[in-house]
Design a protein around this ligand. Sequence first.
Ligand code: NAD
Length: 378
Amino acid sequence: MRIAVPAETDTQESRVAATPETVKKLVGLGATVAVQAGAGLASGVLDADYEAAGAAVAKSAEEAVKDADVVLGVRRPDPATLKGVKPGALVVAMMDPYGNEAALQGLASTGVTAVAMELMPRITRAQVMDVLSSQANLAGYRAVIDASSEYGRAFPMMMTAAGTVPAARVFVMGAGVAGLQAIATARRLGAVVSATDVRPAAKEQVASLGGKFVAVEDEEFRQAETTAGYAKAMSAEYQAKQAALVASHIAKQDIIITTALIPGRPAPRLVTREMVESMKPGSVIVDLAVERGGNVELAKPGETVVHNGVKIVGNLNVPGRIAASASSLYAKNLYAFLETLIDKGTKALAVNHDDELVKATCLTRDGAIVHPNFKPAA
Ligand code: NAD
């Protein structure tokens, strides 16, 4: 079995889909691994490190991908990367399938079996393969670090001979994986932390990390979690009540970190221009949802906007800002999934298309889009 790791082509992408650690394990399963030259550089991995782990270094994507049974990526590989790929090869990456039907059709037409890691079901068996969690966790951490570097004051309270520096007030909006890590990180830095979410389960999690929970807790709130553990889109009425409650809270905050997402939909708008204008100059907002439409009205993808002295940070690919850690965890997620697809006896790829993990993540097969959520309407 041949596994290829072509370099990422998106200029924003600094992560890599395999590390020397996972290459070693894949070789241990009987695979041969080809990594494109330079693929790991932005994550601090040299070609020589891959070679020492047992991989061959290929000069080009084409050379890496030629004859591969499996192609690993961070993002959906572009058509040039998959040029010459074997029909039937398994291509595993974060495919960003929502709203990208044309790209999915393009993938299907190459004949590959494309697997979207971000569609992995959140069940116990697949926790080790959960790329959304591994990457969101690091993004939540990094968002607080980015906020602290933009903030012209200290996070912890400091009592000095020259006077007292007050603790920063940090408000985290969306207390999922990223938000909970943001709360923990801001607390470690000594901030006074509060947080909000529409899922009732978040209340206890926020409290357990030492944060204060701020939310309208009505009947709709009590029903706001899907069986998969995700947030539902809230009614306009709930959003208005919640906005009124958080508006007065936001005016007293120094830092806001927004992380709210709803799978397959644009991110909910949580911070309006008026709310930004109620904050003190020098305050900082980091919008982690900026790539999905943004939680903050004035946020711009890839930019730091300054409005009335308030900085609104819209960094793209935040896990990529901590690329070595993000690659290490992502590569382990991929390895854990691949391990389930390899027959230990024959050491060949043996994908069971009836397995719930494969069913949930397989987008294309035999030239067609097969995932029920993305199949073109008949
Ligand atoms: P996510 O990235 O989809 O969204 C981030 C957070 O934003 C969520 O907590 C969501 O409730 C919140 N949100 C959405 N709309 C909002 C609004 N209008 N206002 C405020 N907050 C809003 O979510 P996630 O981080 O992937 O996690 C969702 C849940 O899944 C969490 O409970 C998490 O602990 C759980 N989870 C379970 C497993 C598992 O069991 N294997 C793995 C990972 C996460």
